[in-house]
Design a protein around this ligand. Structure first.
Ligand SMILES: C[S@@+](CC[C@H](N)C(=O)[O-])C[C@H]1O[C@@H](n2cnc3c(N)ncnc32)[C@H](O)[C@@H]1O
Length: 190
């Protein structure tokens, strides 16, 4: 039976799905095994575009393979580079940006997202977002370095001007095994 209160990952998809429309541009800032890239590609439709970043060759290959199998390769640009360089590749307004922080499931657990790079990508990504666009971060923080990344992010987000951005944090308060939590940032109409 499905639960009424969704976990952070499925809630990220639910929110993003409401935001994306056919023809939109979206960014998967952490491609990993390509699940989120396929999800975004499906929701921007045939006339949309997804830019998908990862620093690991293994992730880039897995993502390319998955989008090819799903017959969506022509609407996705898979980029073997860090999300901190996002603005070198994406030069158009973006409707949705998804981050899934931490390490690659099934991969090297020592290769994780890093606070300073994540923060740079979040800052740059917010500039790329169009009004009413949405940035979502699913934050895993149980691994070494995860807590520092979480603190750095929250410190930055608490200072965002509420006139410009609406910031939501969605997390479980009685689960003690560090499940991921979600941050959603909507760019307000100016
Ligand atoms: C939790 S996984 C992402 C899962 C993925 N969204 C999926 O659907 O399978 C995190 C990924 O972030 C990647 N990563 C780490 N640092 C990065 C960076 N600076 N830029 C882009 N990707 C990065 C890792 O290589 C890893 O594949």
């Amino acid at each position: 039976m499905s639960k009424r209160i969704e976990n952070a990952l499925s809630f990220s998809h639910e929110l993003m799905q409401k935001c994306l429309q056919e023809g939109d541009v979206a960014v998967d800032a952490t491609a990993g095994n390509g699940h989120d890239t396929v999800f975004l590609a499906k929701h921007v439709g045939q006339t949309g575009k997804v830019y998908s970043f990862d620093i690991q060759q293994q992730a880039v290959e897995a993502t390319r393979e998955r989008i090819t199998r799903c017959e969506m390769a022509e609407r996705v640009v898979v980029i073997h580079d860090g999300h901190e360089h996002m603005t070198s590749y994406v030069r158009v307004p973006v409707r949705g940006i998804l981050f899934n922080l931490g390490y690659l499931p099934g991969g090297d657990k020592e290769i994780v997202t890093r606070p300073e790079k994540t923060l740079k990508a979040v800052r740059d990504g917010l500039q790329l977002l169009c009004p009413q666009g949405l940035m979502i971060l699913v934050v895993y923080y149980g691994h070494p370095g995860g807590q520092e990344e979480k603190e750095a992010l929250l410190c930055f987000l608490r200072k965002l001007d509420q006139k410009q951005y609406t910031v939501l944090m969605y997390h479980f308060v009685n689960q003690h095994n560090t499940p991921p939590f979600l941050i959603a940032i909507e760019k307000n109409q100016s």
